[in-house]
Design a protein around this ligand. Structure first.
Ligand code: XMP
Length: 317
């Protein structure tokens, strides 16, 4: 019978045998899959695992610092790379969702390839691929898929020539969480909502500027903290805020305002393939709407997305 304990034990033994004294380089995202995969490889080969965590400037508020800290706490050999400016430059002026995704994917590859070169004599690329990624590779949109879909764009980056080690590629998500729990990973990682690789770039409709990112980070942080405070975070599958490319009229004191609109999204789902909009309590929505409008400068209207998937998607881009 499959148990997380026996999986951990046999996987670490297999990794030790397979990797020996080899070096492995791996990009981490802060998500469950890459964190669990890295922890397994780390248990097997220790400091010969070189982890890289890239700040693409499109993460949630404080996410880069928080995640880096929890990785350090786990003992991982992790390097944080501030590549915000490189990503903002690549995104400047782009409005088409797929063009934004491509620019982000390409920039990520450039940054990662550069960093991978700094590790001498590396043999392996570690990846957090899980079983559904393998069987549904067409519909995967994770970092590994981003890398794969860029195969044919101007030749292979050097790290793509490395041998691949994917210790989770026979597991489903709930099994990955169990393995993570067995390995002692914190709930902050294990229960984290899924977050798209292109991050806030696909939640800012239209072009990306650092100013818009900052506004959305503030809104999103109030929303996510509110969900946690109300005990709702673990009841929804994914939640986030979207910055709309329109302004609306409002009133503050005697003044007319003409400011930004944000949409809040929360869904329940099993696997993200279908999803229902979450029936969040009115009391929570009322509170959070007030808090956002009162505290985030430049936002004067909040709407709640009541669309299910299909026919809507979870993200707006
Ligand atoms: P949709 O919007 O297609 O999203 O209903 C389903 C799930 O996929 C995530 N998503 C992405 N993840 N890169 C990713 O790594 C992407 O480009 C991307 N687009 C959507 C989305 O957050 C949801 O969990």
């Amino acid at each position: 019978d499959w148990t997380a304990e026996s999986f951990v034990e046999s996987t670490i033994a297999d990794l030790k045998a397979k990797l020996g004294n080899d070096k492995v380089v791996m990009a981490l995202s802060g998500g469950v899959d890459s964190s669990v995969a890295a922890t397994l490889v780390h248990r097997a080969i220790g400091q010969n695992l070189y982890c890289i965590f890239v700040d693409n400037g499109l993460l949630r508020k404080n996410e880069f610092e928080d995640v880096l800290e929890s990785y350090r706490h786990l003992g991982l050999n992790i390097k944080g790379i501030d590549a915000k400016d490189q990503f903002y430059k690549a995104l400047a002026g782009l409005t088409d969702p797929e063009a934004k995704r491509k620019a982000i994917g390409k920039t990520f590859i450039d940054v990662f390839d550069h960093e991978a070169h700094l590790v001498e004599n590396v043999d392996w690329l570690g990846q957090g691929t899980i079983y559904p990624d393998v069987i549904e590779s067409v519909s995967v949109k994770g970092p590994s898929a981003t890398i794969k879909s860029h195969h044919n764009v101007g030749g292979l980056p050097d790290f793509m020539k490395l041998k691949i080690v994917e210790p989770l590629n026979t597991l489903f998500k709930d099994e990955v969480r169990n393995v993570g729990r067995t390995l002692g990973l914190p709930d902050a990682i294990l229960k984290r909502h899924p977050f798209p690789g292109p991050g806030l770039a696909i939640r800012i409709l239209g072009d990306i500027t650092p100013e818009k990112v900052q506004i959305l980070q503030e809104v999103d942080a109030l929303y996510i903290n509110g969900l946690k405070k109300y005990g709702l975070y673990d009841q929804v599958w994914q939640a986030g805020a979207i910055l709309l490319p329109i302004q609306s009229v409002g009133v503050m004191g005697d003044e007319r305002t003409y400011e930004r609109v944000v949409a809040l999204r929360a869904v329940t789902s099993v696997d993200g393939m279908t999803a229902d909009w979450a029936h969040l309590p009115y009391e929570f929505l009322a509170d959070i709407s007030n808090e956002i409008i009162n505290r985030v400068k430049g936002v004067n209207r909040v709407v709640y997305d009541i669309s299910s998937k299909p026919p809507a998607t979870i993200e707006w881009e």
